[in-house]
Design a protein around this ligand. Sequence first.
Ligand code: SF4
Length: 464
Amino acid sequence: MNRTPVIIGADEIRRQEDAAERIAALPNRPDSYHIVTYGCQMNAHDSETLAGLLESMGLEETPDRTTADLVLFNTCCIRDNAERRALGNVTWLRQLKRSKPHLLIGVCGCMVQRPGMADRILRQYPFIDLAFGTHNLHQLPSMLYELLTRRERVIRVSSEDTAIAEGLPIKRASDSKAYLTVMYGCDNYCSYCIVPYVRGRERSRAMRDILAEAESLLRSGVQEITLLGQNVNSYGNGTDETFPALLRALDEMGVPRIRFMTSHPKDLSDGLIEAMARGSHICNHLHLPVQSGSDAILSAMNRRYTRERYLERVGALRRDVPGIGLTTDLIVGFPGETEEQFEQTVSLVQTVGYDSAYTFIYSPREGTAAARLGGRLPDDVSSQRIGRLIRAVEEGSQEAYRGMIGTVERVLVESISKRDASRVSGKGTRGITITLDGGPEDIGKIIPVRIRSAAVNTLRGERI
Ligand code: SF4
């Protein structure tokens, strides 16, 4: 259930802007910054906001963390290894700080928001100067000002999880593609997932604010907007501002390409499928995480749909949205998963035929319901299962790719191909990477191509 969000007041935003101006005038302020981002698209977009805030304080981005005056780690805690990797990299910078005492090290994002982490940072990581949680991101200017003027560590983790900050500066990573957040937080409490504990309760932005941001992106020449939320399908729940209504409004505005993620299968409505089917600009791709093909495991995961319902939704999408490509997330080794239950996941993958999938071995997260379950699987069983599952996904994706040979795809060119400098690389509407002949002048353009051949994870096309 979406709650009516509290919009962070103009006074508070002004206070942060003042702090940013005062930092810009400080003689001892850092000149350069580097942000290291872990995790999902939400985090990548948060890093764009952090970059926008830092540039409003006069700092310039540097591509090399060893030359930066401020290094900020925007962390993820969805799996244990994401957290360990982030802490390992932060600790590595401690050496650098010995030879470069003015270096400032900051840590923020989901890992810092996790209960108990702020205390741990205080005690075990004395070289971290600045740490803040997901709900404190907009306060970066005042926190940095405090750090620079008082020369004391600043650690701030708020539990206020119903607020939305509008109007923050954003430094976007691409001129042609943009992320646009439509909602924050999640109320689903899937039993394995830490996100609701670190991103807070569901809250949606007002449609007028989203449309205003989309309009300004369109004016600046953006070709593709990806709408972001932990569960975009429940955007605006309980009001007229539904997700299908938002998609229709963006489609009418003429945004050349619209994508969105992530969609929870239990909230995939007929209205959303209809909006995708009728829209002229909505990409024929849906990321629809299934996690498991076993009803017993789905129930233990608190996913609130069955295998049958999921396959019914897939059938409706394939029927109504021409040429749709599906991608998914899969977890193996959930506590108590039997061989037969795992085989049900493999058979679901074979039935759906995904373009690609993110596959994960279950990672217990302290504080979640699943972390208290018995029946943990031995590592070798989970490793063997994930290998089999990856092979099943690859077989399906190869078949899907081969089926696209001879078809026409419209490619948004993103870069020069890494393997062949006479070719460029981008994504078709299904989200698959496609290469074609071209050069730097094509970057940022949408080019129609005929698909000529398929390789692993890539299609090769020819412009028409
Ligand atoms: S829908 Fe489930 S998996 Fe996705 S963020 Fe929410 S709790 Fe986590």
